[in-house]
Design a protein around this ligand. Structure first.
Ligand code: CMP
Length: 143
């Protein structure tokens, strides 16, 4: 079954949106198979956002994502990568459709509440960066 990496960013955690965000994915029918509240070490943030290292906002991006606790998650389900991206909405909250997480709660492109893997390759890389295999649960016996 497909897995994706989702993360409530420091702005979402501080605004008390963890429960709301977890509920949206549970209500949709996806399974939460890994989760932790953590402050991301700077070296991990730089790896996570490595593809943006030449962008002018890279320093700001790493400063922000390491500025407070994030809620890192692994979710499982059919087409969860693309569906979660749709549920998150566009990166710029002003362009995100109402009803999506960023459309409902986001204000700026930097403080846009949630991160989600954009492809199977990114999902694999991001899950491995944030979670040990032992930290990922299996629901198979229950289903
Ligand atoms: P995310 O999905 O976490 O992946 C890369 C992030 O870069 C993106 O969400 C935005 O929050 C952030 N980002 C994109 N453009 C800008 C920008 N112009 N200034 C600051 N952050 C940005």
């Amino acid at each position: 079954m497909e897995k994706t990496f989702l993360m409530v960013k420091p702005d979402g955690v501080q605004r008390g949106l963890i429960g709301e965000i977890v509920s949206r994915f549970e209500n949709k029918g996806f399974q939460l198979v890994g989760a932790k509240l953590m402050v991301i070490p700077r070296s991990v943030a730089e790896q996570h956002y490595g593809e943006h290292q030449d962008k002018p906002f890279f320093g700001e991006l790493v400063d922000f994502i390491t500025s407070g606790p994030v809620f890192a998650m692994v979710w499982e389900g059919e087409d969860v990568i693309a569906t979660a991206r749709q549920m998150m909405g566009k990166t710029k909250p002003a362009e995100a459709t109402p009803g999506t997480i960023r459309g409902d709660y986001g204000v700026t492109v930097g403080k846009n509440i949630i991160h989600g893997s954009d492809s199977p390759t990114s999902a694999k890389r991001e899950i491995a960066l944030f979670f040990d295999e032992k930290e990922i649960a299996s629901w198979e016996k229950l289903l």
